[in-house]
Design a protein around this ligand. Sequence first.
Ligand SMILES: [Zn+2]
Ligand SMILES: [Zn+2]
Length: 244
Amino acid sequence: MDAKKLVSTMEKLIAGFDEKLLLNISWNGKLPVTDNVEVEFNEEKIMEFLKRVNLELISLELINRKINFPGLITNFKDKGSFLKLLKDNLEEGFWEQFALKQKVKKEILALHFLILRRKMLRELSNAIQNNQSNHQTCPTCGTLPGFAAITPTGERILFCLECQTQWRYYRLGCPKCGNKFHEDFIEIHPEGKEETPYFGEVCKKCGSYLKTKKLKSNEEKINPNLEDVESLFLDYLIPKKINY
Ligand SMILES: [Zn+2]
Ligand SMILES: [Zn+2]
């Protein structure tokens, strides 16, 4: 199973499902959104969504059997877990236990619910429209940014790979450790690949890096999850160049 195919399938599934899985979203205005939100879950739609994901993964030959979602959802609800899933704070061993009862591989179960989580987080992100600048973590779900873009006018945009919230950040600054000292940053460009719009920006202080795309116009819209896969070569190149 190649990463590109899986990610593009996930993206299609998430985009193609118009029904709202969350109902009555209310947020108290404090950050991050997932810690301060009250939502109701549309269980019927969630079930339908998971069934569709299941069938799609079967058609891609990633898995080979149907999962009993009605049983699974009841089990999931008993643990009060939809909200925990949104906050990404399921207890240690959750998937193992859950999978054992259902006799399904834990990775397969977790994959279904990862797709569900992203769909729900993106609904939340759209409903709340929070795009304040200079947050080190995602203003919606609290995850560290996974991709960045630079506009032709030099604005830097960070993206959350979980919920696709995007927000502006300092042109030079590390969202992981907060460092803003200009001399601590190096750009890593792939050699002999002049035509590629991707490069890596490394923070020497904490050693983290962000893959970055140069946009052609200020209006260009990107899907950060697809770009992340498209620029996988940088994840091999950067650690070699900076000798971790
Ligand atoms: Zn997020
Ligand atoms: Zn740093």
